[in-house]
Design a protein around this ligand. Sequence first.
Ligand code: KIV
Length: 293
Amino acid sequence: MSLQNPSKRLMAPDITAKKGVEAIVSLTSYHAHTAAIADKYCDFLLVGDSLGMVMHGYDTTVPVPLELMIMHGKAVVRGAKRALVVIDMPFGTYEESPSVAFRNAARVMKETDCGAVKIEGGRRMAETIHFLVDRGVPVMAHIGLTPQSINVIGGFKAQGREQAQWAAIEEDARRVAEAGAFAVVLEAMTEPLAAKITAAIAIPTIGIGAGAGCDGQILVMEDMLGLSPRVPKFVKEFGKIGAAIEGAIRGYAEEVRAGTFPASEHTYAVRETAPGVVHPPHRVTKKPKIPST
Ligand code: KIV
């Protein structure tokens, strides 16, 4: 990632232009604070509908409502200043027709100020991708394992394990690229297939469980932080945040029960005032210290 112009937010064409130049780095992000951290290192942040499973306890992404995507999308746009923010269109908000897709995508863009949307599906979504891009909505495509189709696929299964399946997946990639997608996510597919697709199309491929031959990589942030209780085979845990959180909560609980927290430094002193003296209105001369809650 270049830090040449840190004040400028990346746009969809900037991501496309990275193909063959530098690896594209991205993560999912669902809230403002982690978005602000990831923003320093990522080219784009995806407000993925995986937030339904990661943050809200759904078993699949299918029940996620548009309003939830918009709410988390606003938070991420507020937190990230430089990375392109891409928001997932959830199941049922774009498949019916190009005009329904446009209405919902335009709502997402207007309400969140994000820079692009992502939709799942290959050639079946090509007409919709063309319709959206033609009307000012940058689209990231998503092929291979498409979790919104879990009930048709029959599970979170890797795609293209048999070479006989490759032609259809390659055709999906070609068609979404021709339709005007600025990049395409390749989820859970064999490494040689993803590398073949990457070499064959003009837009960047963003791999998740698709090996090192892609133009960029994405992971679900909570998975790579070590916060998710179960992760797919393709995830590398770069942190142990789940264990750190548990350690902190255990320490807090122990101290409350032992009566050692709060200590005197965590309490407010009574102000000394002469009888009858009223304090003048409080003037803030520097940034006030916010007591931690
Ligand atoms: O919803 C999501 O997090 C995604 C990624 C897996 C690419 O679509």
